[in-house]
Design a protein around this ligand. Sequence first.
Ligand SMILES: C[S@@+](CC[C@H](N)C(=O)[O-])C[C@H]1O[C@@H](n2cnc3c(N)ncnc32)[C@H](O)[C@@H]1O
Length: 257
Amino acid sequence: MNEQSEIVSINRKTYANAKVLDYYDGLTELFPAEKGLFEHLSSKIEKARILDIGVGGGRTTQYLLPRASAYTGIDYVPEFIVRVKKKYPTGTFIVGDARDLGEFNDEAFDFVLFSYNGIDVVLHEDRIRILNEMNRVLKKGGMIMFSSHNRDYRHFRKPYWLTEPKFNLSFVKNLLSYVFFLPRHLRMRKHEVFNDEYGIVNDQDHRFSLLVYYINVSRQIKQLEDTGMSDVKAYNMKGDQVIADKDSFWIYYLATK
Ligand SMILES: C[S@@+](CC[C@H](N)C(=O)[O-])C[C@H]1O[C@@H](n2cnc3c(N)ncnc32)[C@H](O)[C@@H]1O
């Protein structure tokens, strides 16, 4: 296995891990920015044909399914699909990989979502393929939405417990966990990639078991424009529109076909 495909396989294995499945399965709340953006997009979402990529435990399904005219969720981890089918019997759920949406026709959807930074666990070339696929299956005038880790974040590459250090029980727990998982982190760091456009980094997510793509706002906007999307807008985690941001760990993007 080459270095690049190893990154893909490490990340997929992490999402298929029983504890990680339970974590996403247990999530029920939309994030503040998602609440605001979904409200802002309500006319685009109501009665729309919606594709929810990387649906996980269906955190966004509960909001989108009742509003859609047709709702399809896909995930490349079969166990997630088994679970969401049970939770939401009226939705359509399919095991599928965002890198190849070949089972869907061109312009099959009005709104395409890849929530909670799910797009960040593939290689750069695959990310571009996914953006092109999201564009292809979207009807003219339709919108895509996703979030992605922010390379300009002031705490980029810092363990979470060092971002706002307060000496309390949680600080001590996080410190101990960091020390415990340090050997894994050091192994994973060997796969990291840095260049002008993006970084692929082993951050603390799921106990240092993911390699995660980070990009800044202007580079992400350019990637989207290069796929032919227009009217690209970026929002921080509070839901405020931004052109650059150092305080937001990840950024939400909206773009129109
Ligand atoms: C961070 S979780 C988010 C889950 C859910 N959308 C949410 O917001 O709570 C990312 C999800 O994307 C899925 N995923 C990652 N890469 C994928 C790909 N290439 N194709 C399909 N699903 C993918 C993972 O299996 C995981 O369920």
